[in-house]
Design a binder for this molecule. Structure first.
Ligand code: NAD
Ligand code: TDX
Length: 332
């Protein structure tokens, strides 16, 4: 049994991981989260107070971080500014949190000798052509496109340097696009579901031809726990569930499930520098550590996610109007 510190645990994927750990292991968890616009304490409702503690604070606050590292056996680092569209609007918070925040945590890991797991994204590898037979592997060169993905790439490189130069006991995972309950309505799938639930039309960037490789957040959490338990220090593992879909296919499925015509969407202004396609080859994680995804049926996972948004309007409604105002100002 370990004491885990989870940064960004009030966000979409971090909160999923906290529920996963408390439900499937004997570990206790402390969440360190700044509660930015993306954090929501209701995503952590119902956890056992004997095994769960919440601390509000910034990962770039060295004094706070130092005290927390002293009291924990391992750290799983999810906290980030995570949305590409926001990074095109105002990159600064991405540098502060993703770069300086990660640096602050690494310095604490170095001082205390703490096991450190860094959560990252497949976007560090840039994008692929639609017909490229190759997928991303651990050996693909870094080639990030956006302010968001470049700061995530920078944070990965900091972790690698702290392993090599200072012997920090770290692992890294780079995962593909996550979906599931509790995802902020700024992101693609929740935005389109909640648009349809509100009687608005889904908004596809460009022609809707871009491809994302979808994985259920529960599968991501199980993979992270596997790497935390069995991963080799200094190694990187890619996480993916063979879930490639065009954005148009996803929107059509949402519309159909909610009883609307499959073509009842709008094509809107494309994202600047929009990555065309991501695709993950997760052979290393599967063969070396024995992980496999459980949600192999995307349509079933999407249907459950749509049901969750239908039943949990109180969770997402407070953010919806502000998000749509932001997009409307950009013609999206
Ligand atoms: P999210 O935006 O939903 O949550 C981020 C959380 O971090 C929020 O609770 C926020 O309050 C917190 N946070 C932000 N800045 C902070 C700071 N300075 N100090 C402390 N807390 C802070 O993000 P998410 O989608 O859950 O992503 C979590 C992690 O997973 C990120 O590192 C992201 O890069 C990575 N990732 C996401 C995806 C995806 O599809 N969403 C895929 C691969 C990797
Ligand atoms: O309204 C929209 N219409 C649209 O067509 C929005 C919000 C998005 N899109 C497109 C852009 C992308 O091709 O949908 C796709 C997915 O968009 P996002 O949900 O913004 O995700 P993406 O940019 O792919 O990044 C996500 O996956 C990797 C996460 O936000 C990142 O944190 C993660 O690293």
């Amino acid at each position: 049994m370990s004491r885990l510190l989870v940064t960004g645990g009030a966000g979409f994927i971090g909160s999923n991981f906290v529920h996963h750990v408390l439900g499937n292991t004997g570990h206790s968890v402390t969440v360190l989260d700044k509660l930015t616009y993306a954090g929501n304490l209701h995503s952590l409702d119902g956890l056992d107070p004997a095994r769960f503690t919440f601390v509000q604070g910034d990962i770039a606050d060295a004094e706070l971080v130092d005290g927390l590292f002293a009291d924990h056996d391992a750290v799983v680092h999810y906290a980030a500014e995570s949305h590409n569209d926001n990074s095109l609007n105002d990159p600064r918070p991405f540098l502060d949190t993703n770069i300086i925040g990660t640096y602050t945590l690494l310095e604490a890991a170095r001082k205390h000798g703490t096991r450190f797991h860094h959560i990252s994204t497949d976007e560090v590898y840039g994008d692929l052509e639609l017909d490229d037979p190759e997928r991303f592997t651990e050996n693909t060169p870094y080639n990030p496109s956006s302010p968001y993905s470049s700061t995530k790439a920078g944070s990965d490189l900091l972790v690698r340097a702290w392993v090599r130069s200072f012997g920090v006991q770290a692992t890294i995972t780079n995962c593909s696009n996550n979906y599931g309950p509790y995802q902020h309505v700024e992101k693609f799938i929740p935005r389109q579901i909640t648009n349809v639930l509100r009687g608005e039309r889904p908004k596809l960037y460009g022609k809707g031809e871009n491809v994302r490789d979808w994985i259920h957040a529960d599968d991501h959490s199980a993979a992270v726990l596997t790497v935390l338990d069995k991963g080799v220090i200094g190694e990187t593992y890619l996480i993916g569930a063979d879930g490639e879909k065009t954005n148009k296919d996803v929107v059509e499925e949402i519309l159909e499930y909610l009883g609307q015509p499959r073509d009842a969407y709008d094509l809107v202004t494309d994202r600047a520098g929009h990555d065309l396609r991501y695709a993950i080859d997760s052979t290393k994680l599967r063969t070396e550590l024995g992980w496999a995804p459980r949600f192999s049926d995307f349509s079933a996972g999407l249907a459950n996610t749509i049901d969750w948004y239908r039943e949990n309007e109180a969770w997402w409604a407070p953010s919806k109007a502000g998000v749509e105002e932001f997009y409307a100002a950009k013609g999206q």
